[in-house]
Design a protein around this ligand. Structure first.
Ligand code: 5GP
Length: 219
């Protein structure tokens, strides 16, 4: 069903997906985008060097420290954070343009970013992805081969800190097996889209006159 065929009109939903690095977030993000190709993936700016295979403007916008600082000063970011020694920021304008248009947006950001987005965008839905075990996380980081020993050690220490923030999130998903985790993510997206409280306007003629926002179920 395309958004224009949907029986309701609503604002786009911001889905925040956070996970300790190595929890399998990239694979799941790709899988989720295949299930819901209409969800827009927010492209962050970062001062981190590009990894082999990454495409600027697609995975990230790779920018210099000074360019990042300028954008920060102009208030171009909805949130920004220092993650593993580099700066990362979510561009505000494209995010707000999309949600206003009714397009759902996925933010792949860390726990600091999620903490800053939630109070600004009350409708945002946050999901924390966890690995089944610590051993699993260590193995995945080592297998990824993109980071050196010291970077892996730092990422594991960060992971322990980040996991404590799980209580601030709306949902958790355990990445034991990709298809199972994807099914959970899909369930969250579908349920959030069906929330009556998100409806701005019904397209179903018999429901059009309902006063939205003021309905009291228990009167
Ligand atoms: P990586 O460098 O491995 O791609 O990402 C490192 C971490 O930075 C990940 O946890 C990712 O979610 C987070 N991250 C990516 N973009 C942003 C952003 O715009 N803001 C924040 N706060 N974190 C981000």
């Amino acid at each position: 069903m395309t958004p224009s065929q949907a029986p309701t009109k609503r604002e786009g939903i911001i889905f925040i997906l956070s996970a300790p690095s190595g929890a399998g977030k990239t694979t799941l993000t790709r899988g989720l985008m295949q299930i819901f190709p209409e969800i827009a993936l927010s492209v962050s700016c970062t001062t981190r060097p590009r990894r082999p295979g990454e495409v600027s403007g697609q995975d990230y916008r790779f920018v210099s420290q000074s360019a990042f600082t300028e954008m920060q000063a102009r208030g171009d970011f909805a949130e920004w954070a220092n993650v593993h020694g580099f700066l990362y920021g979510t561009p505000r304008a494209p995010l707000e343009r999309k949600i206003k248009k009714g397009t759902d947006v996925l933010l792949d950001i860390d726990v600091q970013g999620a903490k800053k987005i939630k109070p600004q965008y009350r409708q945002a839905v946050s999901i924390f992805l966890i690995p089944p075990t610590w051993k699993d996380l260590e193995t995945r980081l080592a297998l990824r081969g993109t980071d050196g020993r010291e970077a892996i050690r730092q990422r594991l220490a960060n992971a322990r800190r980040e996991m404590r923030e799980i209580v601030r999130y709306d949902y958790y998903v355990v990445n034991r097996e990709v298809q199972e985790a994807l099914a959970s993510l899909k369930a969250i997206v579908v349920a959030e889209r069906l929330k009556i409280s998100r409806v701005k306007e019904w397209r179903v003629p018999s429901l059009r006159k309902l006063e939205l926002g003021s309905a009291k179920m228990h009167e």
